[in-house]
Design a binder for this molecule. Sequence first.
Ligand code: DX5
Ligand code: ZN
Length: 231
Amino acid sequence: MSFDRTIKIAPSILSADFADFGREIEAIEAQGADWVHVDVMDGHFVPNLTFGPPAVKAFRRHVKTVMDVHLMIAPVDPYIDAYAEAGADILTAHVEAGPHIHRTLQAIRAAGMKAGVAINPGTPAQALEHVLDLADLVCVMTVNPGFGGQKFIDMSEKVRTLREMIGDRPVHIEIDGGMDPQTAPKMVDAGADVLVAGSAVFQGGSVEKASVYGDNIRAIRSAAEGAAKAA
Ligand code: DX5
Ligand code: ZN
């Protein structure tokens, strides 16, 4: 995985048909997804529960691009090796998930993955000050994690602050929650390069009607690229 700040659209399979993940992943990739975003929830760190390492390992066989695994679980450390073994390219842990995010990020890299750190809407950018050298991606949550289809919470000031804190480091800024053609441009203008979108990609489409996924991805991308050019 080489680093650049071009706009990347990462559909979240949280909004896919849970009985058909393999074909859903293939459909979004064929329709222009840059990365595949995989939301792991434990019913403890967040109120919702999704899937764990064996399912993620099964997804891997279908992902040709980048498997971006977002852990909404606590604790994280006991599961890092299982997600490496499952084939995650990027493994993201929440700064709020425990007292030792520094150790967690080191362990993710040591297991051979890119390390991401996610930050909830209520947590200040400064919480990441001492871990930016250990991160390959910062995921700014623009909803409180746990569910797809929630209302966007504007975190553009936090994104701007993080963009400045990151400076020349090769660290992606990913935005997760409520991304659509209306909300994405503001985040890109503030410094984001990876846009996660669940409902805005999957709405109206299906494996049989996959061209809708393509239309939805293109709509987000062209709105976002407009903002990137203007910035
Ligand atoms: C929220 C998840 C998101 C979610 C985004 O807890 O981390 O990735 O699927 O869904 P939308 O785009 O519908 O807000
Ligand atoms: Zn996510």
